[in-house]
Design a protein around this ligand. Structure first.
Ligand SMILES: [Zn+2]
Length: 459
């Protein structure tokens, strides 16, 4: 009846279920959800349905979610369903889910997509990553991820700003603690500095910058016990080559960023194993027709993922459309959000620096022409892209699948059998209506799945 596949793979086409479906609805008092009994569906195989391994398929799904549209996001499936069991997606498809069913929640005209994955986020909901003690870091991460879940982000890399060696050590330890929480959305740590260019440091603290150091990298990687996933650095600095080589050996992705390098130096860095570019256009020389710089190098190299801050301030909307059209499979939306995300205008901290939140931007205190992160959330980033003319699937892919690929994360970022059941429910304007993490509803203010759940007070 359905195609069996041992491994998740890309879906290849549409297809549909034909037949008569009669749904009998009854309330489930224990969960407040709706059970749906499907009688006599006639189906035949089509490429829009996948099943997990036969071992997994022997289970009845705990939960089946139906919606008018499913963005996997490599494909759009109309009238789709997702079956979940034990926190994992076991099947997706079109039409009526065949076979036995558990609880079915029909979300009508809404859109389902994978939970967003933010590889560059410093804070949110009043919490930030940089702290002096590991327990403070872990507590802050729980608070900031609760906030971002309300905006569709289910996984993130806790991102530092340049700080003292002791603070970075505490962050790595704190991240490794938070990663062990059940259902944790913390995938690891992104070190944004301290090995960056003084000329292109943006709002980062000049005192906290230092030359790339293999011993510091080794120490931080060891403390994190696998938590260190991504390092943003300037490849032109002395010692950078050795750090890139060691990072690759340790399985840490290296990102070119806050750099003053030219096109040739950027090309060499990509040859040396750098596969990511941090907030393209920001913190680096601009694209010039005779000097393409790191922007030109990153856009023209098919091995390189590039981050974009789509808040309408960091990058002009016209460029969002251009880079999305040029490399839809490599664009990675990030928020670069600071702790003030979700808070009113005022004075805030970003690691060791003082910043001011204006209406639509965050700037360095006393230097208002310097942007200092953002208060963007992923739902807004996706919506801004679509407003700028980026096709919806491309925008959703840049918020989920592409970032997962950029850090080699194979368990998330895709609605496919075998992937973690991290799912966002979107309305017609791409606003987040509900968020599920490992199949558990963590944000559902209107009670689509039963009892209302609010991800955080500020979310
Ligand atoms: Zn940043």
């Amino acid at each position: 009846m359905v195609e069996l596949a041992e491994e998740p793979r890309r879906m290849s086409g549409g297809g549909g279920a034909l037949g008569v479906r009669i749904a009998l609805r009854c309330a489930r008092s224990d969960q407040g959800t709706t059970a749906c009994l499907t009688l006599g569906p006639k189906r035949w195989p089509h490429p829009g349905v996948q099943a997990a391994s036969p071992r997994i398929r022997s289970h009845m799904a705990e939960l089946v979610i139906r919606a008018a549209r499913l963005a996997t996001p490599l494909q759009l499936i109309e009238d789709g369903f997702v079956e979940l069991d034990q926190g994992i997606i076991i099947r997706i498809g079109q039409g009526s889910p065949p076979g036995r069913q558990g609880v079915v929640v029909d979300l009508g005209e809404r859109l389902l997509c994978p939970g967003y994955l933010d590889v560059h986020v410093h804070g949110g909901g009043g919490a930030e990553v940089n702290h002096a003690r590991p327990d403070e870091v872990a507590d802050a991460l729980r608070q900031l991820i609760a906030f971002h879940r309300g905006h569709g982000t289910t996984s993130l890399l806790a991102t530092t700003v340049s700080d003292t060696p002791d603070v970075l050590r505490a962050v790595l330890e704190g991240v490794s603690i938070a990663m062990r929480d059940p259902g944790s959305g913390v995938l690891g740590c992104h070190l944004e500095g301290p090995w960056i260019s003084a000329q292109r440091r943006g709002a980062q603290s000049l005192e906290a910058l230092r030359p790339p150091s293999t011993s510091e990298l080794e120490d931080l990687a060891k403390l994190g016990g696998g938590a260190l996933r991504l390092v943003t650095m300037a490849p032109e600095l002395p010692g950078a080559k050795d750090v890139i080589r060691l990072a690759r050996k340790l399985g840490v992705v290296v990102s070119l960023g806050h750099t003053d390098c030219d096109y040739e130096a950027a090309r060499k860095a990509f040859e040396a194993g750098v596969t990511h570019a941090t907030h393209l256009f920001n913190g680096m020389p601009p694209l010039h027709h005779r000097h393409p710089g790191p922007v030109g190098a990153a856009l023209s190299d098919p091995r390189v993922f590039f981050e974009v801050i789509a808040d309408g301030v960091h990058v002009h909307p016209a460029l969002l459309g251009m880079v999305a059209a040029l490399a839809p499979e490599r664009m990675v939306l990030v928020t670069d959000a600071i702790g003030a995300a979700g808070s009113p205008p005022g004075h805030y901290r970003l690691g060791p620096i003082q910043v001011v939140l204006k209406e639509d931007r965050v700037v360095l205190a006393g230097q208002e022409e310097v942007l200092a992160g953002s208060v963007l959330t992923m739902d807004k980033a996706v919506a801004h892209c679509v407003e700028a003319g980026v096709p919806m699937l491309v925008a959703l892919r840049a918020a989920s699948y592409n970032p997962a690929c950029s850090i080699g994360e194979v368990s998330r970022g895709l609605l496919a059998p075998g992937r973690r059941a991290d799912i966002v429910v979107l309305d017609a304007e791409l606003g987040v209506e509900a968020t599920l993490v490992e199949g558990r509803v963590v944000h559902d203010p209107t009670g689509l799945f039963g009892h209302p759940v609010v991800a955080s007070r500020s979310g």
